[in-house]
Design a protein around this ligand. Structure first.
Ligand code: IMP
Ligand code: MG
Length: 332
């Protein structure tokens, strides 16, 4: 098996979908697996000129690649079937391509109702937290126990460790700053967003080839804690970057990139490649700032100085890291 991982380095919404989409275009993958989260995530993609929003089904399906909702995920059945329908109606075949790991858990109406009354963390209200709680309390329901999912459930061992070699693209949801263990608890999601979470889906560590860490040129966060400093510049970032949630429509709070946090996320995830998206948004806003944990802000004069600062910073910290600055919504 060969495995590549796409992981979020910030608070979700870094543009992982774009990176996944571009990697899949290479045609070298046999499987695409979503390794954590649920329909709390939202991926908007333009495929052959048509707009699709996916919340739970991995993007491999657009390329005829077997697409698995992994063991680390929780699934809303209604959402799952409506995505299947939406894809079929959009001319994307799903039969035999979309599957769910036997041991993925199910989000129930009770989970949804409970999460709907949640305000202190600012969840997406999709029942994600309660479903994971019940999984770990051993009172939840696995996908394999649901009759309606009979045609979709798979054994990850059989699927990924079969005789023919598999090349798996592992697609993460959310990001390091929302990780259950590494994020700013309790302002986190309930799953393992790091590359370690990808391995929990039956991936042997030695099979990992590339870890693509995805960040934005600035940071955004959606949830109950205060994240955005008081300055009109961040409203400008929000508007230029269209930083409004794909799942809930909520405005995302903005701030400059915290390089200390990015370094930590890069090291803990063991990234081989760093993709920094939305440089075009920074250009339009016209300020080139970075910050550090101790809230010191470094103001760079212009784009190239800002990029060089980041390159120099990571060159000193991580060996052989390839850095991409992306300035279009379509590609890296
Ligand atoms: P939950 O995952 O719905 O329980 O929400 C927990 C926290 O994670 C909240 O701050 C959400 O806004 C945030 N969150 C969950 N999924 C995403 C995502 O896909 N993008 C950005 N934030 C997310
Ligand atoms: Mg998103």
């Amino acid at each position: 098996m060969i495995a590549d991982i796409v992981v979020g380095l910030s608070f979700g919404d870094e543009g992982k979908g774009k990176v996944t989409h571009q990697l899949l275009k290479s045609g070298k993958y046999t499987h695409c697996l979503r390794y954590n989260g649920s329909n709390n995530a939202g991926h908007t993609i333009y495929h052959k000129g048509e707009k699709f929003v996916l919340h739970s089904i991995p993007m491999g399906v657009f390329f005829g690649v077997k697409s698995i909702i992994g063991a680390g995920c929780v699934v809303n059945l209604e959402q799952f079937f409506s995505e299947i329908e939406m894809l079929e109606e959009g001319g994307i075949p799903t039969e035999g391509l979309v599957c769910i790991a036997n041991s993925a858990h199910v989000i129930t109406d009770e989970h949804l109702e409970e999460d709907g009354k949640e305000f202190s963390i600012g969840t997406t209200k999709k029942g994600n937290g309660p479903a994971y709680r019940d999984k770990y309390a051993r009172t939840g329901t696995r996908a394999e126990a649901v009759e309606a999912l009979n045609d979709y459930t798979v054994d990850l061992y059989k699927e990924l460790h079969s005789a023919s070699p598999t090349v798996v693209l592992l697609e993460g949801a959310q990001g390091f700053g929302l990780d259950i263990d590494w994020g700013d608890y309790p302002y986190v999601t309930s799953s393992h967003c790091t590359s370690a979470g990808a391995l929990l889906n039956g991936i042997p560590p030695f099979s990992v080839r590339k870890v693509y860490g995805v960040a934005k040129a600035y940071e955004t966060y959606v949830g109950a804690k205060k994240f955005e400093p008081d300055s009109p510049i961040f409203q400008k970032l929000r508007d230029v970057g269209n930083e409004y949630g794909a799942t809930t429509g909520r405005p995302r709070q903005c701030n400059w990139t915290n390089l200390s946090l990015l370094e930590k996320a890069a090291k803990i995830n063991g990234i081989t490649d760093l993709i920094i998206n939305k440089v075009d948004v920074m250009r339009e806003v016209g300020e080139w700032n970075l910050r550090f944990d101790d809230s010191m802000i470094t103001r760079l004069q212009e784009e190239e100085a800002w990029k060089n600062y980041i390159r120099y910073f990571f060159n000193k910290k991580i060996r052989n890291l390839t850095i991409y600055f992306s300035e279009t919504p379509e590609r890296i």
